[in-house]
Ligand binder design. Structure first.
Ligand SMILES: NC(=O)c1ccc[n+]([C@@H]2O[C@H](COP(=O)([O-])OP(=O)(O)OC[C@H]3O[C@@H](n4cnc5c(N)ncnc54)[C@H](O)[C@@H]3O)[C@@H](O)[C@H]2O)c1
Ligand SMILES: [Zn+2]
Ligand SMILES: [Zn+2]
Length: 372
């Protein structure tokens, strides 16, 4: 199969530097896979706040992009030298395709890969598989660009999963779930019986709640501005929920439990991050999962951290090795141990992507899934 054309959701920077971006549904050309590359037909793609960060200018875009990085689909065609997947395989796409050659990849820490080109929004050889109708390049967001009918990705970004796994759930395994559950199991290594608070209960935060439940944490406290998100956190395993407009989370946790062992931030709000150490018991750890706008600063009290042995952990992609963690989480879902489908609010056509991004910005609803 050669070049094909189909609609995708794009963002194009407006002329004049900091003037923001235009979001559109437009016809995009998709190339055939090159050496080491795989062409995947997208069956479902989730709308994540990391897409919204580009749309709202938190992370300024300097290239025109095909948006989307949380997707699952079916391998349609493989390029020369691809041995790990074949046409017809069901795959989850990983937005942090490791280079498999740097020191961190060699040490089995692919989430810390320093050779990946994903963050530069290109394929590993610096190219893009996408072009606009006029032939000018469009770049794959986080090396994927899942908000369309097809992607062309390096073999290392296409993770084979069980055919029984619904594509909607597979899409969430591409980002929010692997990040959130991984933050608990890999980054923080929460032991059974540890206490925890999760601040922000969107797709990532609710995945953290599910991960804490799986790990046997207790009590699990969940905080969100939205009553719907708090209700879902209770259903998914939180023991207590708090509205931060009514309750000072840190003061309440200190009064009730003398602080908690782990405090997860899943919003990306620099002011909220500043309040995490105050939620912890001595020896506790704050885990930064939410990603703030570029350049944001948070201030901490270093005396408190040193004196009380508190720590702050950064968390990229749930400290996950996608090839290991994604199939593992898929099996837990299929075994009924992780009710990941509960995160899905609406499944809607790709053309409604801009509306889904607006709803995510307003905090309404749970995860939206788009289908091409
Ligand atoms: N570390 C990683 O590798 C990684 C991966 C994926 C996403 N992220 C980041 O995680 C963050 C969350 O992503 P998401 O898709 O779950 O977003 P989301 O928009 O679905 O969820 C954010 C939640 O925070 C709540 N919230 C907002 N302000 C709040 C406040 N002051 N107090 C309490 N709750 C508040 C909202 O109501 C919403 O439920 C984003 O910053 C995203 O970029 C990081
Ligand atoms: Zn690497
Ligand atoms: Zn994401």
């Amino acid at each position: 199969m050669g070049v094909s054309t189909s609609p995708a959701i794009t963002v194009r920077p407006r002329a004049g530097g900091d003037a923001g971006v235009d979001v559109a549904v437009e016809d995009v050309r998709i190339a055939a896979p090159g050496p080491g590359q795989v062409r995947v037909a997208i069956r479902a793609t989730g709308v994540c706040h990391s897409d919204l960060h580009v749309v709202n200018g938190d992370w300024p875009a300097d290239q025109p992009l095909v948006l989307g990085h949380e997707g699952a689909g079916v391998v349609e065609e493989v390029g020369p030298g691809v041995t790990g997947v074949a046409p017809g395989d069901h795959v989850v796409l990983s937005w942090f395709a490791p280079c498999m050659a740097c020191a961190n990849c060699s040490a089995g820490r692919g989430w810390l890969c320093t050779g990946t080109t994903a963050l530069a929004n290109t394929l590993p050889d610096g190219s893009t598989p996408f072009a606009g109708a006029d032939g000018s390049p469009l770049w794959p967001y986080l090396g994927l660009g899942t908000f369309g009918s097809h992607v062309v990705v390096p073999e290392t970004a296409a993770i084979r999963v069980d055919d029984e796994l619904p594509f909607t759930v597979g899409a969430l395994l591409g980002c929010s779930v692997t990040t959130g559950v991984g933050a608990v199991l890999n980054t923080a290594r929460v032991p059974a019986g540890a206490s925890a608070v999760v601040v922000g209960c969107g797709g990532v935060g609710l995945s953290i709640v599910m991960g804490l439940r799986l790990a046997g944490a207790h009590p699990i406290v969940a905080v969100d501005l939205s009553a719907d998100k708090r209700a879902m956190a209770l259903e998914l395993g939180a023991d207590v929920v708090l509205d931060p407009r009514e309750t000072d989370t840190g003061a309440w946790l200190q009064e009730q439990f003398g602080g908690v062992d782990f405090a997860f931030e899943a919003i990306g709000n620099a002011q909220v991050i500043e309040t995490l150490p105050g939620m912890l018991a001595a020896g506790g750890a704050a885990v930064l999962v939410g990603m703030p706008r570029m350049g944001a600063r948070s201030s901490i009290d270093p005396y408190e951290l040193a004196d009380q042995g508190k720590s702050i952990l950064g968390c990229n992609y749930g400290s996950s090795v996608a090839r290991v963690d994604v199939p593992r989480l898929a099996r837990l879902y299929l075994a009924g141990r992780l009710p990941l489908d509960r995160l899905i609010d609406t499944v809607r056509p790709l053309a409604e992507g801009p509306q889904a991004l607006d709803e995510l910005a307003s905090g309404a609803g749970l995860r939206s899934i788009l289908t091409p």
